[in-house]
Design a protein around this ligand. Structure first.
Ligand SMILES: NC(=O)c1ccc[n+]([C@@H]2O[C@H](COP(=O)([O-])OP(=O)(O)OC[C@H]3O[C@@H](n4cnc5c(N)ncnc54)[C@H](OP(=O)(O)O)[C@@H]3O)[C@@H](O)[C@H]2O)c1
Length: 197
């Protein structure tokens, strides 16, 4: 997600709005009417009844290259604040491809030079996923139970992530780059301050 000012009021765009977090974010943005314009960028047209409205190389391309290129374009277009959903454990030097690629995309987006860049590192996302991902489903069932005892330790609902994203664009930054780990996402996603954009 990225936000910026402009002549016709504040505007933002959402990359991946058809995803689980993206849909939760879109619901949050539309219900709160925070932005004069919300642009969705994706590869397919969304139907939004409720809102009115492979391969390793493939993974690296989508999760790193597309995101970094989108950030470059956004900056060139005047975007001031870029919010990146990364992952807990993101690390440039990780032996695990997933975490390494997340570390790489974090670095690339930071290097773009936004006035402000917020990086969210959620743990396992809790959601009713439309796409079938059996392994993730099993993990979600287990972590959903664990979350009753340790709500902020191992997982986070996508709605909480979405609220945290909105909260971060509404409040003043604490520096050029902010990194929100899972606990901070829970904290920020509890409630969004009531103010217009
Ligand atoms: N799942 C977890 O537990 C977890 C934990 C921590 C961090 N994360 C990270 O959090 C982020 C969001 O996760 P999520 O589960 O909410 O996402 P998701 O449901 O998997 O959605 C991914 C989004 O990316 C789009 N996309 C995928 N391939 C694309 C392509 N080739 N071209 C254009 N768009 C493409 C999808 O569009 P389509 O709808 O068209 O496919 C969708 O909008 C991801 O970066 C993920 O790695 C996930």
């Amino acid at each position: 997600m990225a936000a910026g000012g402009g002549g016709g009021g504040r505007a933002c765009f959402v990359l991946g709005a058809s995803g689980e977090t993206g849909r939760a974010l879109l619901r949050e943005l539309l219900s709160r009417r925070l932005f004069a314009r919300v642009t969705l960028i994706g590869r397919r047209r969304l139907s939004l009844p409720e809102e009115s409205g492979a391969a390793v190389s493939g993974f690296v391309r989508v999760d790193r290259d597309y995101v970094a290129q989108a950030a470059e374009l956004a900056r060139a277009g005047g975007c001031q604040h870029f919010v990146l959903q990364s992952s807990r454990g993101a690390d440039l030097h990780s032996p695990f491809l997933y975490l390494r690629v997340k570390g790489e995309v974090e670095n690339l987006v930071q290097a773009v030079g936004f006035d402000r860049c917020t990086i969210l590192r959620p743990a396992v996302l809790l959601c009713k996923r439309q796409e079938s991902r059996p392994t993730e489903w099993v993990a979600q069932q287990f972590l959903g139970l664990v979350a009753r005892v340790f709500p902020t330790a191992y997982s986070v609902p996508v709605e909480t992530v979405a609220r945290a994203m909105v909260a971060t664009v509404l409040q003043p930054g604490e520096g050029k780059v902010e990194v929100l780990e899972n606990g901070a996402i829970h904290e920020l996603g509890k409630a969004v301050p009531q103010q217009g954009a």
